[in-house]
Design a binder for this molecule. Structure first.
Ligand code: C2E
Ligand code: CA
Ligand code: CA
Length: 584
């Protein structure tokens, strides 16, 4: 078999060279990893390598030269793919290449590239692309699915939404339900990531079971999911679905023997009223979800245009907050903590205020959560530490100053060096600084937080557990670190005169604190009656409006120097009334 035909009149040397070339080509041809076949102008097989027969699983008698293309095709077991069959045939002389694909009966996929030559002859390359296609399909699947739950991912949800909108679903029968699990973070923090993963898989299961086949369930990431409800009258159907989802996710989950309760909030947007593009709809549903979460747990909310305004306000506030430190817009107020027995101010709590250039004073309850979310609490907290130490160092006597640190500072910040710099630059004795943390600090990254607290303690800084009685009130946190102080949350004092429960809790925490060698401070004492009740419960230190609201440094310095208000003295001197009969 010759590949190159020597032209008439070639010299002997030339012939030799051509023979050698042909031999090399034939060798390559035999060893090619692809099947190769050539046909003449009448579509009869001229040449085929062994791989050709192997790929097509052809019997020997059809691979002999002279067999027609049609005969060969008849001997194969498979079907040409739809798309490849509908291509126009290649005309001779064009020089183009036609790609064809066959699905074989045994599940393999074979791809051929056929080139027509000018004389009508054809050269075809054949390749078994089964593994290639499988890998492509796998990659395609991974790119569109969430690995943990196997659900479609954000990308696929967006594509699905786009398809639905293009397909004319924008007629008021398409709803986007955006879900965010309630309390998921607590499960992750307390039971660990593998329990969190398991929970997400259970959630995916329940969601899949509560939608119709035409609806789409996707996981957007973290504990966020989206449901696309199709072909149902809106908004009624999405209300029904959202309620069902809220109910079904409120049922307890069993995570390897741990029973956990979570729940979900749902934000809903309806096409085309709320938006006509995937991005617009997702954004509206997200805004509605944001509102739902703000309104409590297990709540569903529909998008309303006013939500855009709320989010814009928030964005503007965030932008202002970024510059507030440099512009010096913060100020500290100090609220005294008073010893009921000695009637002395033993310390003050530093509470930050923001003087917004336009909006005036903004409460920390409003901007601290925003600062925590954005990480701005780190520079703000650093400023608070420095300012508090500096101001208190200038006052007469040795009152302590308590500074609130948030969990974000423990995770993202550099607390040890911030504290050290604040103390050093103010020249304040570390024993006069007390930091207040909440349980959330102990819950997130427990080991690291504990190490930071121990290091602070080693340097002589005091540590208080704030807002005790809210949240988990876990005794294990009290046992894992010997706090200097426990601060009983305001909510107990609010009810202390009417609720025997609140009384009992304040008394129990006071006794517990004493037995653990921790001071106990009750927050939020506003009335003389509350003071009496707190004293009856055995608590020795109070903080609250009764004595003083948080005030500017200069005023507090005067109180610290001048001692207690004579009117308040009379309050403290009143005999403690006999415990009233509990009101049931
Ligand atoms: P908190 O640490 O529990 O602070 C006590 C809050 O209770 C203060 O609110 C205080 O003004 C208020 N309060 C004190 N006595 C009474 C009372 O008798 N009745 C009532 N109704 N309220 C009373 P404020 O100053 O608005 O601060 C709110 C929260 O913001 C603080 O709660 C704290 O969690 C946070 N915060 C304030 N300043 C800072 C700060 O510098 N850093 C951080 N991370 N958080 C801060
Ligand atoms: Ca506090
Ligand atoms: Ca508190």
């Amino acid at each position: 078999m010759q590949l190159t035909h020597p032209a008439a009149g070639s010299s002997a040397g030339e012939l030799e060279r051509l023979r050698a070339e042909n031999a090399a080509l034939l060798m390559a041809f035999e060893q090619l990893p692809h099947g190769l076949s050539t046909f003449d102008g009448a579509d009869r097989l001229v040449l085929a390598n062994p791989k050709f027969a192997e790929i097509w699983e052809l019997p020997e008698h059809v691979t002999v030269p002279g067999t027609t293309f049609a005969e060969i095709m008849a001997a194969t077991k498979g079907r040409e793919a739809e798309w490849s069959r509908s291509q126009p045939p290649l005309e001779a002389g064009i020089g183009g290449v036609r790609r064809r694909e066959w699905a074989m009966d045994d599940g393999r996929t074979i791809e051929t590239h056929v080139a027509r030559l000018a004389d009508g002859a054809a050269v075809a390359l054949h390749e078994d692309v089964t593994e290639k296609r499988q890998a492509e399909a796998r990659i395609n699947f991974l790119a569109r699915h969430d690995e943990l739950t196997g659900l479609p991912n954000r990308h696929a949800a967006r594509e699905g939404l786009e398809r639905l909108l293009d397909g004319g679903a924008a007629t008021g029968d398409l709803a986007v339900l955006y879900l965010d699990l309630d309390r998921f973070k607590a499960v992750n923090d307390t039971l660990g990531h593998s329990a969190g993963d398991l929970l997400l898989r259970h959630v995916a299961d329940r969601l899949t079971r509560c939608v119709r086949g035409t609806d789409l369930v996707a996981r957007l990431g973290g504990d966020e999911f989206v449901l696309l409800q199709v072909g149902a009258a809106q908004p009624n159907s999405s209300t029904v679905l959202a309620r069902r989802v809220i109910a079904i996710l409120s049922q307890p989950f069993d995570l390897d023997g741990h029973h956990v309760h979570i729940g979900t909030s749902v934000g809903i947007a309806v096409a085309p009223f709320d938006g006509a593009t995937p991005d617009a709809l997702m954004k509206c549903a997200d805004l509605a979800l944001y509102r739902a979460k703000g309104d409590g747990r297990g709540v569903l909310r529909y998008f309303e245009p006013s939500m855009n305004v709320a989010i814009e306000t928030r964005r503007a506030l965030e932008a202002d907050l970024r510059e507030a430190v440099e512009r010096g817009e913060f100020e500290l107020r100090y609220q005294p903590q008073v010893d009921v027995i000695t009637r002395k101010v033993t310390g003050v709590e530093a509470l930050v205020r923001w003087h917004h250039p336009v909006r005036g004073i903004i409460s920390p309850a409003e901007f601290i959560p925003l600062a925590e979310e954005t990480g701005l609490i780190v520079p703000i907290g650093r400023w608070v530490l420095e300012q508090a130490c500096r101001e208190v160092a200038g006052w007469p006597g040795t009152v302590r100053v308590a500074v609130n640190l948030s969990v974000t500072q423990f995770i993202q910040g550099s607390i040890l060096s911030d504290v050290e710099i604040a103390l050093d630059s103010a020249g304040l004795d570390p024993g006069r600084l007390e930091i207040e943390i909440t349980e959330s600090v102990m819950m997130r990254d427990h080991a690291r937080s504990l190490a930071l607290l121990q290091e602070l303690r080693r340097r002589g800084v005091r540590v208080a557990m704030d807002d005790f009685g809210t949240g988990y009130s876990s005794l294990s946190y009290l046992r894992s670190f010997s706090f200097d102080r426990i601060k009983i949350d305001r909510s107990f004092v609010r009810d202390i005169e009417v609720s025997p429960n609140a009384q009992a809790i304040v008394r129990a925490i006071t006794v517990l604190g004493e037995s653990l060698g921790m001071s106990v401070t009750v927050e939020g004492v506003e009335t003389a009656g509350q003071l009496d009740a707190v004293r009856r419960a055995g608590c020795a230190e109070i903080q609250g409006y009764l004595f003083s609201t948080p005030r500017p440094a200069a005023e507090i310095a005067a109180i610290v120097a001048g001692g207690i208000d004579p009117y308040l003295l009379t309050l403290f001197e009143r005999p403690i009334a006999e415990s009233r009969a509990p009101i049931e």
